[in-house]
Design a protein around this ligand. Structure first.
Ligand code: GLN
Length: 244
């Protein structure tokens, strides 16, 4: 098989709380399964290749987020790549950017990348800061996956009709608004596109999510028992969600 191509976008603008480390986790876990991996750093102003396998967008403050949005819209490479089936992990500001609309740094609502049908607004409510715990999908043994991360955002994000979240909030804010069933959604998952408010970096804290993203690109993966990654995930879960 050809090398797995990973693109890390604008990490100088969008890389709060170590989000750029998500690339390292994917590389490590893909190599552990025998895949060769190539990482492409795309700096602001450089053109975005549209033929890679996995794209990563991180979180950022409002100013850098607005600058990133303008460049992503003008370039169009990320949209083309996702339309061709590439996988995408977008964290916090990145998650907001891939939606249909969000506030810019001047507080005006602007068009997002329109990759997923989610809309972000700023409200007068408190800022969403702290540890976040979500219940993700059931694994092959029927166990609910519990994911954890750190969140810090003002935006609250509503999913469009029929759009699935990455999980349901157990602790923290997540997307910050109740859905029609009164639960609070966290993130989004649509095909190979994953959006979340979880920093950490999220893939270091949640190896199952890292493998889900790799699987979306590579297909079924061999088991990989990374005891350190597993121990961190379990420690965070046990501390933040002891009921589980
Ligand atoms: N600027 C966005 C907000 O505050 C995203 C913040 C972030 O990426 N941590 O909602």
């Amino acid at each position: 098989m050809s090398k797995l191509q990973i693109v890390r976008l604008y990490h100088d603008l969008l890389g709060t709380y170590g989000d750029q480390g998500n690339a390292e986790v994917l590389i490590h876990r893909a190599k552990a399964r025998g895949f060769e991996v190539e990482l492409h750093e795309v700096a602001p102003g450089e053109s975005i290749p549209d033929s890679a396998d996995i794209y990563l967008l991180g979180g950022g403050e409002d100013g850098p987020q607005s600058i990133a949005l303008e460049m992503l819209l003008v370039d169009g490479g990320l949209n083309r790549a996702v339309a061709k089936g590439a996988s995408l992990l977008a964290v916090c500001a990145g998650f907001q950017l891939i939606g249909t609309a969000l506030p810019n740094s001047a507080g005006q609502d602007v068009k997002g990348l329109e990759i997923v049908d989610v809309t972000t607004i700023y409200t007068e409510q408190e800022r969403c800061v702290g540890e976040l715990v979500i219940a993700g999908e059931l694994d092959s043994d029927g166990n609910q996956s519990i994911l954890t991360g750190f969140e810090n955002h003002q935006g609250r994000t509503k999913l469009g009709k029929g759009v699935s979240p990455l999980g349901i909030v157990l602790r923290g804010f997540g997307n910050g608004m109740a859905n029609d069933s009164g639960q609070i959604d966290e993130g989004v998952q649509m095909g190979n596109v994953f959006g979340t408010y979880m920093h950490g970096p999220v893939l270091a804290r949640n190896p199952t999510l890292a493998d889900q993203i790799l699987t979306s690109s590579l297909g079924a993966l061999a088991t990989y028992d990374d005891e350190f990654a597993q121990a961190l995930a379990l420690e965070r879960r046990a501390t933040l969600w002891p009921n589980n």
